[in-house]
Design a protein around this ligand. Structure first.
Ligand SMILES: [Zn+2]
Length: 186
């Protein structure tokens, strides 16, 4: 009798374990990624996919919500809720509509690509510098001007504030962190 009880208990535990497993996998199967990107940001998403493709990466984006969030701390221009490559997790990027975060298209692109770097590529922040003192990566925190044109330029001033030519390197590095440092940084 005792043996029978033990066996039936074991059977019951196994039974419940199976139910638990089944409910876990049911939960996973319930995940349906949402894609909801405001029109304003869609051209930048297309550009991100295109730039990735030019570098040999095929990205299909079905899991991304972009929204404005007045609740974001004023110090932040944008955040992504994940920097891991978890497949079954809704990725959400929030931008701060109150902040005048960008003043040219390059800064806006750098901000959006930086957040996509977290959310879609699973990249973390990098604080390293290039030999000339520039950020090594556009995954540097708090700088959306790494390949920006001059922000304030006086007439006749030499264009050494124009960093647009650095864009190729920063995008190479975004999609491949092992990209060698560029000539212009030596
Ligand atoms: Zn960041």
């Amino acid at each position: 009798m005792k043996l029978f009880q033990t066996l039936s208990q074991r059977f019951l535990s196994l039974f419940f374990a199976l139910i638990l497993l089944a409910s876990c996998s049911d939960e996973k199967d319930d995940f349906v990624p949402v894609y909801n990107v405001p029109e304003e940001y869609q051209p930048l998403i297309d550009a991100f996919i295109e730039e990735a493709f030019l570098r040999g990466l095929t990205i299909t984006l079905e899991n991304l919500i972009i929204k404005h969030d007045n609740e974001l701390e004023s110090a932040f221009c944008g955040t992504c809720n994940s920097n891991e490559l978890k497949a079954r997790f809704q990725k959400i990027i929030r931008f701060n509509p109150e902040n005048q975060c960008w003043i040219n298209p390059q800064q806006k692109e750098a901000l959006v690509f930086h957040e996509l770097g977290h959310c879609i590529l699973g990249r973390l922040h990098i604080n390293k510098k290039l030999p000339n003192g520039d950020a090594k990566s556009m995954m540097t925190p708090n700088d959306i001007s790494v390949y920006s044109p001059c922000v304030y330029q006086l007439d006749g001033e030499v264009e050494d504030c124009n960093n647009v030519f650095k864009r190729d390197y920063y995008l190479d590095e975004l999609f491949d962190a092992t990209t060698p440092i560029p000539e212009w940084s030596k």
